[in-house]
Ligand binder design. Sequence first.
Ligand code: MG
Length: 414
Amino acid sequence: MIPSDTPLLLVITAAGSSTRMGTGVKKEYMTVNGKTVLSTALEAFLNCASFSAAVITVPSGKTAEAQSAVFSNQAIQPLLNRNNTRLIFTEGSTTRQKSVFNALKKLKESLTEKELSSSVVLIHDGARPFVTPEIITGTIEAALSYGGAAPVIPATDTQKIIAADGTITTHLQRSSIGCIQTPQGFDFNTLYECHQLASEQDKEYTDDTEIFDAFRKNKSMCVHVVKGSIQNKKITYREDIAGKGTDAGRGSSMLRIGFGTDLHRLVAGRKMFLGGVNIPCDKGELGHSDGDVLLHAISDALLGAAGMGDIGSYFPPEDPQWKDADSAVLLSRIWDDVTKAGWSLQNLDCVVETEAPKFLPWRDKVIDSIASILKTERCRIFVKAKTNEKLDSVGAGEAIKAYCTCLLTQEVQG
Ligand code: MG
């Protein structure tokens, strides 16, 4: 049980840049079940205990963005009101350690000595939205008893110490190794003093437990661990929240497939184009444009997946300006629009049905050509050819047909 008169303080760090996410959106501002990661973490703490003040560290000049990420969650303001919690946004710094110290200084100048005395401060990563009430309560209780506390989960992989040259130098016993999570809880005044001493050193410490251990004067205090949870993971990669009703999840799970097909008559006196490559043949596709069935099937598949129409609506065949048009140029324009709408190509898979000419010798060139039109890697493209066993118009050599399926994904837009 946490004594009801214990002053509780909270620091949430969200001043980092999230470069590993690769989404263009700061990870703390992505959404989980309709709420930002940052506000979900804050909500968990405000729901669980009565904090007198909470400080959120934000990147320099980005306070308004952080405020909007927090207050877009409708649950926050009522929770702040309920416990009369002061919420302060403060600019972080170049390192996590400096950001935390900035936040502690902010608490020091915003609260009275009385409010700070025997208070417990929790330091939490803004990118850990799934912190549980058990972890929060357990950390506060242990911090009250021992002066410092942090949640721990057992190491699942065997840990080694590795030298700069890549050699393993020490084989650690897994049973005595723990992975430390946040929130880390401390007696406020002791942690503040430790950070002040640490800031005078020319060294960066791994976390607040190390700073507390290194500089605490009261040696009767220690950092005691409490049971953490694998659920309380720090979001580092997009996959960490994929599939959890998130923007990031949609980024990787917003998949759209497309399908396109096209058929053109084969006639003498026309050139045969497949995938933008002129393939020697005694016949070629009859068409208003160059008649490249493969590029037309690809165009329809891409437009269909993106929900942006079809090639006929883009380039009406009755429009004289598309007479003998280079289908590679048409596809390139379509793809420009599709990518501008935020879509990326995962892959496309095509089939060409034709009796002649032999396609296999041309396959590599055709794949290269399509990859070049779509400005993508050739490993995303595949084309195979079939004959039609002499059946139907394709089998009779009167027509050529192409099919394409594609998979598009959409990036997170913030
Ligand atoms: Mg066509």
